[in-house]
Design a protein around this ligand. Structure first.
Ligand code: SAM
Length: 349
C-alpha cells in the first residue's frame, strides 16, 4: 500500500505517464530477436567477464554490444518503473522519493561543474537524455551526450526537440571506449557521467582523453561504483553478493578507489572531491522501495498473462530483471561497496 501511495505523485505527471505508456507499448511488441539478445546479454556481468576485460582492455566492442542489448530493454523497464534516468541517486534527503533525490543530486552536480551559458558539457553514457536536459536547464550550458545504445539516443533527441532544446542538447551514438572523441582539445567546460564509467574497459585511456578535451580548470564528475575495503574477495559470501548484484544494476566492472586513483594520476586530472554522499553512507531504503515496486509490477503482469490480457514475455522480462534484489540490499547494507560514490576531478590550469 505504501509503495502505491509513494508512487501516486509520479502517476500525476502527464509527461512521465506518456513516456511510460510509450515504453509499455514497445515492450508489448518487443521483437523476439531483441528479447533473446536481452536474455543472452546477462553473461557480460559475470565475474569471468571482468577477468577477461582486465586481461585485454582494448577488446571492448563485443562487451559494449552486449551492454547495449541489455540497456535496450532495461531503459524501457526503468521508464515504466519511475527511474527513467536509470540510476539510483545518493540518498541526500530521507523519506523522499528516488526522483526527488535524483533532482537534488543533479543540482549538486551542476553546481560542482561550474559551467554556464556559452559553455559545452559532455555526458558519457547519456541514457535517454533526461539528466542532460536538466543540467542544461540548470546551467544554460550546451550539452553533448554519448550513448552506445541507438534507441536511447533517439529518445533523447525526441525529448530535447519537444522542448525546443535540440540545438543546445545534442546526442550521438558513440561508445565511450572509442577514444579519442571527435572534440577539439580544450573545447569542453565540464564532463560528467552517472553509472557509465563502469563500462570503461580502460580507465586511464578514457581519462587521458577527458583531460585533452577539457579546458584548463574544467571539471569532470563521476557518480559510480566504488568497492569498499570491507569487500573481501576471499570471502565466498561477499563474492556471491557482488556477482548477484552485478546483473541487477548492470555493473560491468567493480572498480575500487585505487583503480580511479591510478587512472586520475596517469591522466593528470586532480581529484577535488571523493565522497559517498548518501545519508549514513547507505542507499538501502531506496533500493528496497524500488525492489517492492518492480516485484509488484511483475505480479501484476503475471496476472495479466494468466488472464490472457498481456503477452507472456513481459513478465519473463520483469522476472529476469528483478532477480537478486535481496543480494543488492545485503551488498549495500554490508557496506561492501556503493554505486553512488561521488568523485570530482579538475584539469589544472
Ligand atoms: C546507469 S545509465 C545512466 C543513464 C543516464 N545518466 C540518464 O540520464 O539516464 C548508463 C548509461 O550508459 C550507457 N552505456 C553503457 N555502456 C556504454 C558505452 N560503452 N558507451 C556509451 N554509453 C554506454 C547505457 O546505455 C546507459 O544509458
Amino acid at each position: 500500500m505504501a509503495t502505491v501511495a509513494r508512487t501516486l505523485p509520479w502517476y500525476l505527471n502527464r509527461h512521465k505517464v506518456a513516456s511510460a505508456l510509450r515504453s509499455t507499448w514497445r515492450l508489448l511488441f518487443l521483437p523476439k530477436e531483441q528479447q533473446k539478445r536481452f536474455f543472452d546479454s546477462f553473461d557480460v556481468f559475470s565475474m569471468e567477464w571482468e577477468a577477461r576485460l582486465a586481461d585485454n582492455p582494448g577488446d571492448f566492442r563485443e562487451t559494449s554490444r552486449k551492454v547495449a542489448d541489455w540497456y535496450s530493454v532495461v531503459n524501457l523497464l526503468c521508464s515504466i518503473g519511475q527511474i527513467e534516468k536509470m540510476y539510483i541517486p545518493p540518498r541526500l534527503e530521507a523519506g523522499k522519493s528516488v526522483h526527488h533525490n535524483q533532482l537534488l543530486y543533479e543540482r549538486m552536480l551542476a553546481e560542482d561543474l561550474r559551467v554556464g551559458p556559452g559553455d559545452t558539457v559532455l555526458e558519457l553514457g547519456c541514457g535517454r537524455g533526461r539528466v542532460a536536459y536538466h543540467v542544461h536547464s540548470l546551467t544554460g550550458a550546451g550539452l553533448v551526450g554519448y550513448n552506445v545504445d541507438e534507441s536511447q539516443v533517439r529518445s533523447a533527441k525526441d525529448f530535447a526537440r519537444q522542448r525546443r532544446a535540440d540545438s543546445l542538447c545534442q546526442f550521438h551514438v558513440r561508445d565511450l571506449n572509442d577514444v579519442p572523441y571527435p572534440l577539439q582539445d580544450g573545447s569542453i567546460a565540464g564532463v560528467y557521467e552517472i553509472g557509465a564509467i563502469c563500462y570503461s574497459t580502460d580507465l586511464s585511456r578514457l581519462f587521458k582523453d577527458v583531460h585533452r578535451v577539457l579546458r584548463p580548470g574544467g571539471r569532470v564528475s563521476l557518480l559510480d561504483i566504488c568497492m569498499h575495503d570491507q569487500y573481501d574477495p576471499a570471502n565466498p559470501e561477499h563474492v556471491r553478493l557482488l556477482s548477484k548484484t552485478k546483473p541487477l544494476v548492470g555493473l560491468l566492472r567493480a572498480l575500487h578507489w585505487h583503480d580511479y586513483q591510478r587512472a586520475f594520476h596517469e591522466s593528470g586530472l586532480k581529484v577535488v572531491k571523493n565522497e559517498n554522499p548518501s545519508i549514513d553512507g547507505l542507499m538501502v531504503p531506496m533500493i528496497e522501495y524500488l525492489n517492492r515496486y518492480f516485484v509488484l509490477a511483475e505480479r501484476v503482469t503475471k496476472v495479466g498473462t494468466r488472464l490472457r490480457l498481456l503477452p507472456a514475455h513481459l513478465s519473463k522480462l520483469l522476472t529476469r530483471f528483478n532477480e537478486e534484489g535481496e543480494a543488492f540490499v545485503a551488498f549495500d547494507r554490508g557496506r561492501l561497496g556503493t554505486i553512488a560514490q561521488y568523485i570530482v576531478a579538475e584539469k589544472p590550469h
